[in-house]
Design a protein around this ligand. Structure first.
Ligand SMILES: Cc1cc2nc3c(=O)[nH]c(=O)nc-3n(C[C@H](O)[C@H](O)[C@H](O)COP(=O)(O)O)c2cc1C
Length: 387
């Protein structure tokens, strides 16, 4: 077992073990990747304020997200296709999250189905949907989620139309992977990945194939996907989807104060300040730059979370200090999964937990609930000098 001390260790192993097509799928942003890069580099611009001779004993980073107890305020973000990063990947990640005491959110575009994940876990998990046109399909997804004891619906609102990632087009990304000379040559070098993948039946989009009208096999999926998204989405439609679900709702993909106010108006239990990990609007500001303005406006009316760019516990601490009640991580757990399956996801969570705990202590705080703006040093104009 390799010694893992930081998320970058997991990323290195992940790159070695998983076919290039799926590594590229995760490790890309849209177009020039400016927003993807700045999501992480902007965190580096923020500094932590070192304090000494403060009582750092008996610390706690336990918290709550939408009323659910969490061992740290970090949830696993919905990530599509994770069953291609590692065989049965969504089940492995959900189990790791459950054991660690943090929420797991399953993507609609997962390989393992809602029912698969429910059958392998004991606690409720979250489910993510896109705002698709097909009411019949949406209704059935909600029904299946209710039957699987899903405790909250994450509705992703920043994907009305699709940002382009160059590498996915060049690699011919698909699930299961298309067998070309190039892809087969690359997969043959990924022995463990390949052997595990041969042992599972879960190699297609488990929530869609056999459930969406006209999608009875993987070959009909691409035409369905092209039709399914709703470019004409508006707030009335978001409200309708929220009512169709009828339970707790997290609106994910808010990056603007005006949109945050609307999200409060329609009654979101939480919002995620997010640019989809830099995969949608290239040129948008990083989430961490937008956080404070949004918190100022709606932080007392709904829970404001953040994702995009978190690679360490220090990043989590910075986000919490700047007003986030919680965060979601995407790539950080995918690196772990691709590197070492369930153990790797656990390892990613352990790394972040330890970094968050120790960094909080070194800032002179014993309880995550007491962390505030006082512990960060933020460059002038970081959030506000954009017009
Ligand atoms: C490979 C990949 C697939 C993703 N798939 C989905 C998805 O199916 N649904 C969704 O709402 N967000 C999806 N996201 C976005 C994540 O939920 C999250 O917003 C993002 O990863 C956060 O940024 P980070 O990776 O820098 O932590 C995906 C992100 C990645 C990297």
């Amino acid at each position: 077992m390799p010694i893992i001390t930081e998320i970058a260790d997991l990323k290195r192993i992940y790159k070695r073990r998983v076919p290039k097509m799926f590594y590229d799928y995760a490790e890309s942003g849209s177009w020039s990747e400016q927003t993807f890069r700045e999501n992480t580099s902007d965190f580096d611009k923020i500094r932590l304020r070192q304090r000494i001779a403060k009582d750092m004993d008996n610390r706690s980073i336990k918290s709550q997200m939408i009323g659910e107890d969490v061992s740290m305020p970090v949830a696993l973000a919905p990530v599509g296709l994770t069953g291609m990063q590692s065989a049965d990947g969504e089940i492995k990640a959900a189990k790791a999250a459950e054991k660690f005491g943090v929420p797991f959110c399953l993507s609609t575009m997962s390989i393992c189905s809602i029912e698969d994940v429910a059958a392998h876990t004991t606690k409720p998990f979250w489910f993510q949907v896109y705002t698709l046109k097909d009411d019949d399909f949406m209704g059935r997804l909600f029904e299946r989620a209710r039957a699987a004891n899903v405790s909250a619906m994450v509705i992703t609102v920043d994907l009305q139309v699709l940002g382009q990632r160059h590498k996915d087009l060049k690699n011919g990304l698909s699930a299961p992977p298309k067998l070309t000379i190039k892809s087969v040559a690359n997969m043959m070098t990924k022995v463990t990945w390949g052997l595990e993948m041969l042992q599972t039946k879960r190699r297609f989009f488990g929530n869609i194939v056999g459930h969406a009208k006209g999608v009875s096999d993987p070959s009909s999926l691409s035409s369905w996907t092209a039709e399914a998204f709703d470019p004409s989405l508006d707030w009335d439609r978001i409200k309708t989807l929220m009512e169709m679900w009828g339970g707790k709702v997290i609106l994910k993909g808010i990056l603007d104060v005006e949109d945050a106010k609307k999200a409060v108006e329609v009654g979101a239990d939480a919002i995620v300040v997010s640019n989809h990990g830099g995969r949608q609007l290239d040129g948008a500001l990083s989430s961490i730059r937008m956080l404070e303005d949004i918190v100022k406006e709606v932080g007392d009316k709904t829970e404001v979370w953040l994702d995009s760019g978190i690679r360490s516990g220090q990043d989590v601490l910075k986000a919490v200090a700047m007003g986030a009640k919680g965060v979601m991580i995407g790539r950080a757990w995918v690196y772990g999964l691709g590197a070492m399956g369930e153990k790797g996801v656990t390892s990613a969570l352990e790394v972040i937990h330890k970094e968050l705990d120790v960094s909080m202590a070194l800032c002179g705080k014993r309880d995550i609930q007491d962390v505030d703006r006082d512990i960060v040093l933020v460059p002038k104009g970081f959030s506000g000098d954009w017009a």
